[in-house]
Design a protein around this ligand. Structure first.
Ligand SMILES: Nc1ncnc2c1ncn2[C@@H]1O[C@H](COP(=O)(O)OP(=O)(O)OP(=O)(O)O)[C@@H](O)[C@H]1O
Ligand SMILES: [Mg+2]
Length: 460
């Protein structure tokens, strides 16, 4: 692999061959053109990273070529070379977007150094573009289920307000994604979105993380530190796993929410910020309050606009869409040919309960893009099939032909049966997990012919 791809544009063949020689010795792949007219199509259709461009060319001159390159959004960095280098030409070239300017007679060391700097810049920009692309990719909420439409609607309603949102949901359902979308659709979207994972930071450090600290305020505080609240000033602070904050930290956070002011650890000055707080939890905060681990007043402050992200198994129709989305996404990211899921594989994934929700699905698709050979993923390629999924539709007893109503009921029966089993037959707790009322669950059990004598109303 060459170290980089370079195009030399100069009408003097002596200069072209000297440059070619030293650059090839450095390990670059080199192409040449002797005029602007010849260079432009090469540059526009080629994949050069650096273009060495002479200013004095017969026909179209170097600056005109430079302007055309920029007009056509050629991503290569341009180094302008001139035998009659005047400051004005240099300034003009830089204004037109040249990376740097080299004068003739050429110092070969300088050529090598400048080319290498230009390449570094080019690579950094490429990396940034990829990162930006990734950011853009990952901020879309994929799904067409009713649950996802409802979620999108709630996000759109909550985003433009200043209201605090508490996002509930199991692991990997997309709570952080929802928080990022709320920020992205709010009028704070030009300001920072700052995330704090309250569960990942040791209790002793969380206050300094949130509020910052003054140098020397505790062992290890060797510099002043700006806390997350200040970093998020004007923007949004996302308190992830908020149920894991200690009671003392909760008291301090409560004060910021009430007064928008706080003091850094070890500091005496009071800082004022304008921060919208979003929070997320996978704990049941009502239980935490009863257990004395979460402040009720903080709960009311945070829980102004509650949003629940449903688990993936409750919106199975999104599974094929998410699989397709992440198969395409990772194929592009790894530069691999696209893959599709075979019918049986799709069916197996539809039956799988996805305890790790979308994160688990995303990881599985990444694994497939890298590890599964061929363009179609078969049921035998699925690592989870063997362990946790019923191996075939026969085993799960689900019908794949016949009337939709029957299929739906068979599925619902199986679904409720498993949920009941998870809760040892307790209807109240099962109803809570399924997010329906207990009475409603009883009615469903009856109409699906699942009601046992012993079930009549006594499940506590
Ligand atoms: N509807 C969706 N469409 C596309 N990607 C999604 C969707 N939901 C979640 N994801 C992706 O799944 C991964 C997990 O989502 P996220 O980190 O938001 O979940 P979480 O609920 O915060 O998880 P945890 O509780 O583990 O912190 C992320 O990569 C996210 O981009
Ligand atoms: Mg999260």
């Amino acid at each position: 692999m060459p170290k980089g791809r370079i195009l030399i544009v100069d009408d003097e063949s002596g200069i072209r061959s000297t440059l070619r020689q030293i650059l090839q010795d450095e390990g670059y792949a080199v192409e040449e053109a002797e005029s602007g007219e010849e260079a432009l199509p090469l540059a526009i259709h080629g994949d050069h990273e650096v273009i060495l461009l002479d200013v004095w060319l017969p026909g179209m001159d170097g600056l005109q070529v430079l302007a055309k390159l920029k007009e056509s959004a050629v991503p290569a960095e341009v180094l302008v070379i001139s035998g009659h280098g005047t400051i004005e030409t240099a300034v003009k070239a830089t204004r037109l977007g040249a990376f740097d300017f080299i004068e003739k007679p050429l110092s070969l060391d300088r050529v090598i150094l400048t080319v290498s700097n230009a390449l570094k810049k080019r690579r950094l920009e490429e990396k940034n573009l990829i990162l930006q692309e990734r950011m853009r990719e990952e901020i879309t909420l994929v799904g067409e289920s009713e649950a996802i439409h409802k979620l999108k609607d709630q996000i759109r309603r909550a985003a433009p307000t200043a209201g605090r949102v508490l996002v509930y949901g199991e692991n990997g359902t997309g709570k952080e994604l929802v928080a990022r979308l709320i920020h992205a659709y709010s009028d704070r979207n030009d300001e920072p979105f700052v995330e704090v994972n309250c569960a990942a930071i040791p209790t002793e450090l969380i206050e300094s993380e949130l509020f910052g600290h003054r140098k020397g305020s505790f062992t290890g505080a060797i510099e002043h530190k700006k806390g997350k609240f200040l970093q998020a000033d004007g923007g949004t602070l996302f308190l992830d796993e908020v149920g894991d904050m200690s009671l003392t930290t909760q008291a301090k956070v409560l004060r910021v929410l009430q007064e928008q002011t706080f003091e850094p650890v070890g500091g005496t000055e009071t800082l004022r910020v304008d921060v919208r707080v979003l929070a997320a939890t996978n704990k049941n905060l009502a239980d935490e309050i009863i257990a004395g681990r979460f402040r009720q007043d903080l709960y009311y402050r945070l829980n102004v606009l509650p949003i629940t992200v449903p688990p993936l198994r409750a919106r199975a129709s999104d599974i094929p869409l998410l699989c397709g989305y992440y198969l395409t996404f990772f194929a592009r990211q790894y530069g691999r040919p696209p893959k599709v899921l075979g019918r049986e594989a799709t069916e197996a994934l539809l039956r799988y309960p996805w305890p790790g929700n979308v994160r688990e699905l995303r990881n599985l698709m990444e694994w497939m893009v890298i590890m599964v050979p061929g363009s179609e993923v078969g049921v035998g390629d699925l690592p989870i099939v063997a362990g946790q999924m019923p191996a075939s539709s026969q085993e799960s007893g689900l019908p794949w032909t016949g009337p939709l109503k029957e299929a739906r009921e068979t599925y619902e029966r199986e679904f409720i049966k498993r949920a009941l089993a998870r809760h040892g037959g307790n209807v109240s707790r099962t109803a809570e997990e399924l997010q329906i009322e207990r009475r409603h669950l009883y009615r469903r059990l009856a109409s699906l012919g699942m009601q046992k004598e012993s079930d009549h109303g006594h499940d506590q």
